[in-house]
Design a protein around this ligand. Sequence first.
Ligand code: DON
Length: 574
Amino acid sequence: MCRRMFVAAVCLILPFALAGMGGPVAASTLERGAVAAPESQAAEVGGSILSRGGNAVDAAVAVQFAIAVTNAIGAGIGGGGFMLIHEPAAGEVVALDYRETAPAGAHRDMFLDQHGDVDAELSIHSALASGVPGTVRGMAAVHKQYGSLPWAELIQPAIDLAENGFEIDPWTAGKILEYGDKFALISERFREQVEFKLYFNGGAGDRMKIPDLAGTLRRIAEQGPEEFYTGETAEMIVAEMQRGGGLITADDLAAYRPKWRDPIEGYYRGYRIVSMPPPSSGGVILIEFMNMLEPFERLALHSPQQIHLIAEAAKRVFADRSEYLGDPAFADVPVDVLTAKDYARARASDIDLARRTDPATLKAGDLPVRVDSDGQTTHFSIVDRNGLAVSNTTTMNTGYGSGLVVDGAGFLLNSQMNDFSAKPGVPNVYGVTGSAANEIAPGKRPLSSMTPTMVFGPGGHLELVLGSPGGPTIITTVLEVILHATDYDRSLAEAVDLPRFHHQWPPAVTGTDPIAIETDERYTLAPETIAALSELGYTFDKVESLGDVQAVEIDGRRVTGVYDRRRTGGVVYD
Ligand code: DON
């Protein structure tokens, strides 16, 4: 890969000399572009943008709007997310944070009842659950910086899908049914809620149309991204908030801004890992995790020892996450310390490969600098022929967000406020705890686990673009896929298709030490492995599956996309 420090001539000549020899190649010599998306019709949209001459960022904007229609469970213009972009010409990765913000009227104790206990449902399913959405201005920011096709052209495929209908796949059909029943119960408490089932219904193979959403997307396409924040759509959001007792005001919407950030970087056995900085915990915790594992020898994949080692490291990194991570504009997040190799080495020094650490005895690590104080998400990865690459994770937080549809506008609002720590030490919907660093404050971004990531090979060239949904399990999912591809030398398809497991430190039940494992028979661990881990004292949380990785691998000139067979998805090449 051509880094800035190389002279231009070397950048131009070297790749051609090395092409076909398995060495680094010029960005422009990739054989094809690839879109790996969590829903096949959205993947088609991305592929058609690349085929039309659009670049990876154009395709990303188009896919983002398309999944807002076809994959409303985990993406939408009422949500937010994070994007990494690799510019081969500059040899750089930039990060865009389009995470939601707490409205100006939010306050630290807003989800506590009169007894001081957390009212979790309020932070997930009420009008108070939503942060100010970041997706539309986020897409506008990346489009302005890197886009080559007109804005309206990139939104048109999503308008078509919403207006003419899209085919419901079996996985989505199951989710619509499941959440329809769930929201019907919830709306008894929050009567103001627009009926989810009015918008989302239909079985596998049916075509679903969302005319109100088509209208909203058309306004955003024709009038530009500002329409969402200051136009008719903004008025509809505010009206919805007033109806449901929510906090988002016209001023909150007008004031929302995405932020460009420097990514987190680290090295693991010669690979350069680039990922998302705070307000996501993803990059910091991934690097701390890898730094802790690096000094240990490579253990047999999915042996009890390997799973035990990762569980022990997980307990330590998630304890640190709970104590130290939050929005860096509000909390002093010790990123440098947490991602330093010597800190990780010291933190891992009491890991015993023959004995478990009781999670109840674990606390956050002592840092030189002390700090004062079942859901759904969507990941897609895109690489174009010129090597411009996008790793994008976006979310509504819990499935279909708060379940609250903006009346007349046809889109759901997120439930991202639940990612704040409503009360120190009390787990959120994903079982992770937080401290003052992640308490609620006006304008603050809730701490995330989203981990859009890029991996560069020892030769410096981009090899892997990946990410996943799954709340805190995102971090272990991304970690394990990288380990499968690097330490265990698996192809990308194999790396994604191997079983996964997860540990996140604070046990829901005192005295237990649970490792989450997959029950889907394609991904179960060997019974002997489970038996050996039980012998060590571990318990097991059984979940159907962990994560949903969409990834692209670059190997010399070859580009391969993979979607996770655990859910639905698609890969399209240009
Ligand atoms: O930002 C976060 O970490 C969460 N809101 C992500 C939620 C999620 O991944 C749910 N997916 N299955």
